[in-house]
Design a protein around this ligand. Structure first.
Ligand SMILES: [Zn+2]
Length: 176
């Protein structure tokens, strides 16, 4: 979902001077300053998150694999709760605007991600709409790759799921 305006402006500026080794069309995507250290990025979930969320994590990862081979998001199948790159979950979060959220911390020197969580909000309409939910999880995985929200562009990184000129409700975008 959308960041504060200042963060978006900063992200745009940083994108101009940052070269990240992924083969995404520059016109369509804006990069943040962070990235994962390795090109294979492992996501972990707890089984209590439920089959619908688990299924869509996989759907989102597959959609990106079809777009680029330079970075890949894969399920971390170990039961160990350490060693993964991204924690994915879902929950009922009320009183917020987002239907999906990616929270990232990174090292200011290396720019590598130090922790990252993707959350799907089960209390929002997108949760119960298959195509909207795909649009949301593919968007959030874009953040995992270090892509920034990109206004109301006709791209998966459009920060709005519903509404005029929105990613899904406006343009019907569900893939990278
Ligand atoms: Zn976003």
């Amino acid at each position: 979902m959308k960041n504060k305006l200042t963060q978006r402006v900063l992200a745009s500026l940083i994108a101009i001077i940052t070269v990240i080794g992924m083969n995404f069309p520059a016109s369509a995507y804006v990069f943040t300053s962070y990235k994962h250290k390795n090109s294979t990025i492992y996501y972990y979930y707890d089984n209590w998150v439920g089959s619908r969320a688990i299924s869509y994590f996989s759907t989102g990862a597959s959609a990106w694999r079809a777009k680029t081979t330079e970075a890949t998001v894969k399920h971390y199948s170990s039961s160990s709760k350490t060693g993964y790159d991204v924690y994915m979950c879902a929950g009922n979060v009320s009183g917020v605007t987002w239907d999906g959220l990616t929270q990232t911390t990174h090292n200011n020197s290396t720019k590598y991600v130090t922790s990252q969580t993707v959350t799907l909000n089960m209390s929002k309409p997108a949760w119960n709409d298959n195509n909207a939910l795909k649009s949301v999880i593919v968007h959030e995985i874009g953040h995992v790759f270090g892509l920034a929200d990109n206004g109301t562009t006709k791209t998966i990184m459009n920060g709005y799921t519903y509404g005029i000129n929105s990613r899904y409700g406006g343009y019907g975008i569900t893939t990278p």
